[in-house]
Design a protein around this ligand. Structure first.
Ligand code: ADP
Ligand code: MG
Length: 316
């Protein structure tokens, strides 16, 4: 067996296919259609995609929870199947579902988990981990009494008991409030600064934008993008401008319709535009030229869905 100590890629996936068989309750599904993906050592890598794209399937194959149909997946150079023990010891996974045993305390859960991974008592980092996820106060409270945010943090600590070089978080901040989201991000950054490679899945573009240096987008079991954040954001050339006007509108002047303006209701107009092609000033002055005063305005970056449309259009 080879013992790669510092592979260039923390995770290496080639031609990964997963076809779920149909069961009584569920139809069969090809969830991954031949994914090639390399996650460079030391990165914070975001795997983005809408619900059902295949993110959890990919993560669960890495975690050893789902058996791949074909292709190859390596963690820290170790094959998830033929070197499963080494692969598993190289990865910590925070699953999408919060499945904590409610009748243990955080301290007990971390100790148990360390035991499962064969971490000797003298090398356990229970207190350090509790502190890192801000649960020192709750060390001896039953897990069932913890808030959702605390449970999420405890799951992160649990994934780190064996000090894996790769940490995987599946939708870490879904349904989590803004404050906790920020503190989780900070913790992820701190781990990354210590050399941990982080892979996280999310359907929040903002999260990927904030945290990740590389981003891959998966859609319907296929990778539609895989690039540095900077390059990817450059490709996202869509914004939305919404205006409240100062009087009731009946019909839009043709000049505005031609620019792409749409009426939302009697007092609101919206337009989707490409900042690289249409300066926002041209949109605003067109309103004035057509006799409309602006009472208020807001702009929005496009959301993930728009980016998908853009990317899939470009690919297809
Ligand atoms: P994501 O995490 O991106 O939301 P998943 O990996 O959970 O996506 O699911 C990908 C696709 O595979 C979905 O269409 C989902 O319904 C299907 N799927 C997931 N798990 C199973 C399963 N155990 N059996 C059948 N189909 C499944
Ligand atoms: Mg999922």
């Amino acid at each position: 067996m080879t013992e790669p100590t510092h592979p260039a890629n923390a995770v290496d996936i080639t031609g990964l296919v997963k076809t779920y068989r149909s069961t009584k309750g569920r139809p069969g599904k090809q969830a991954l259609k031949g994914i090639d993906l390399a996650i460079p050592r030391g990165s914070i890598f975001g795997l983005l995609g809408p619900n059902g794209a295949g993110k959890s399937t990919l993560i669960n194959i890495l975690a050893g929870l789902v058996v791949k149909t074909s292709g190859e997946a390596k963690i820290w150079g170790y094959d998830v199947e033929s070197q499963s023990r080494m692969a598993r010891s190289s990865i910590g996974v925070v699953p999408q579902e919060l499945n904590l045993d409610a009748f243990f305390t955080p301290r007990e859960l971390l100790e148990l988990q360390a035991g499962l991974y064969g971490v000797p008592a003298g090398e356990r980092r229970t207190d350090e981990l509790l502190k890192a996820v801000d649960l020192t106060d709750k060390a001896n409270a039953y897990a069932r009494t913890l808030s959702g945010g605390m449970r999420r943090r405890l799951m992160v600590a649990k994934a780190m008991v064996h000090s894996p070089p790769v940490l995987v978080l599946d939708e870490p901040t879904a349904g989590v409030d803004v404050e906790l989201r920020k503190s989780l991000w900070e913790y992820v950054r701190a781990l990354n600064a210590k050399g941990v490679t982080v892979l996280l899945t999310t359907h929040y573009l903002e999260e990927a934008q904030e945290l990740c240096d590389r981003i891959a987008i998966i859609n319907n079991g296929e990778l539609v993008a895989n690039d540095t954040k900077a390059n990817l954001l450059r490709r996202i050339d869509n914004k939305k401008l919404t205006i409240a006007v100062d009087r009731d509108l009946t019909d839009l002047p043709p000049a505005l319709t031609a620019q792409g303006w749409e009426k939302l209701d009697a007092r609101h107009l919206t337009v989707a535009y490409k900042p690289s092609q249409t300066p926002v000033g041209a949109l605003l002055s067109a309103l004035g030229e057509n006799g409309l005063g602006i009472a208020d305005l807001s702009t929005e970056e496009t959301d993930l869905e728009d980016i998908f449309l853009q990317l899939t259009r470009r690919v297809g």
